[in-house]
Design a protein around this ligand. Structure first.
Ligand code: NAP
Length: 262
């Protein structure tokens, strides 16, 4: 299927590794020009080289910086005059016990996983509406649908974004102008973040890493973790010209892990 977005411009945040990188890869395969960001310059530049090799026809611009800061966002937004596609992503907050989180810890999580996506939407959505095409995808988490006890910062911050987006996506000035805003909710995907979190948890429980990873896989109906490529493919479809009637949705991609009929 031709996704009908060749030549568009996308800003894909936090995209040197993992799910963000997979979204950038899938878009680049479709002929979309991308601006990618991450804090670590070296890995980001390596990713940019890989993306250019996937599709030499597209322009790939790498902007190193922390997307959760005003400077990081300004640098990303300045890299191209307009964006047709915005993929909001950032590192997830750490696990822990809410008794140990002070205001600063909460503000950091809210900045990265709620306020940064909102700022980037604010900076891009009206231009998209004016041009009559826009696709905004927020990478959130299955934890919005089924909270993960130890990830209270993530549960809270991402739920805030989800509630905000549910209202915004339906505003006349957006929904009637072929601009869609959707959240993708990953379950367990085999990325550095997932492995890091699970291996830390295994250590706390006195299990070997592989034992615990096997146990986690066995609890998922699909009996495996998702691959970043599967996630990128969903993202590219939601950004496609075919997906103009999907907006304000939370799309769970989790191998059936969340037990729910809706
Ligand atoms: P990952 O493999 O650790 O990759 C994270 C990427 O984001 C890296 O490129 C990292 O590069 C970049 N990044 C992190 N913080 C950033 C910041 N402040 N500014 C700019 N770039 C930043 O993580 P992932 O598994 O792809 O996860 C992506 C998001 O999905 C996270 O929010 C995670 O919590 C969420 N999620 C993941 C899963 C899963 O199973 N993997 C499940 C649910 C939710 P630098 O470190 O160099 O900046």
């Amino acid at each position: 299927m031709n996704l009908g977005i060749a030549g568009r411009w996308a800003l894909v945040c936090a995209a040197s590794k993992g799910l963000g990188k997979a979204c950038a890869e899938a878009l680049v395969r479709e002929g979309v020009n991308v601006v990618i960001t991450a804090r670590g310059e070296q890995t980001l530049n390596e990713t940019a080289l890989q993306l250019r090799a996937i599709n030499p026809e597209v322009t790939v611009i790498a902007v190193a910086g922390d997307i959760s800061t005003p400077e990081g966002r300004a640098a990303a937004l300045e890299a191209h005059e307009h964006f047709d596609i915005l993929v909001n992503n950032a590192g997830g907050p750490p696990p822990g016990d809410f008794r140990e989180w002070d205001r600063e810890v909460w503000l950091k999580a809210l900045d990265a996983n709620m306020l940064t996506p909102i700022e980037l939407i604010k900076a891009t959505v009206d231009g998209m509406a004016k041009r009559g095409f826009g696709r905004i995808v927020n990478i959130t988490s299955s934890a919005v649908k089924s909270p993960i006890e130890s990830l209270g910062l993530s549960n809270g911050a991402r739920s805030g974004l989800t509630g905000f987006v549910a209202g915004l996506a339906r505003q006349d000035s957006i929904a009637s102008r072929n601009v869609t805003i959707n959240n993708l909710q990953p379950g367990s995907f085999d990325t550095d973040r997932l492995r890091g979190n699970l291996l830390d948890a295994a250590q706390e429980m006195g299990l070997t890493g592989e034992e615990f990873l096997d146990e986690c896989r066995s609890e998922i109906p699909a009996k495996r973790f998702g691959t970043a490529e599967e996630f990128g493919a969903l993202c590219a479809f939601v950004c496609s010209s075919h997906a103009s009637y999907i907006t304000g949705q939370n799309l769970l991609i989790d191998g059936g892990a969340v037990r729910s009929s809706q």
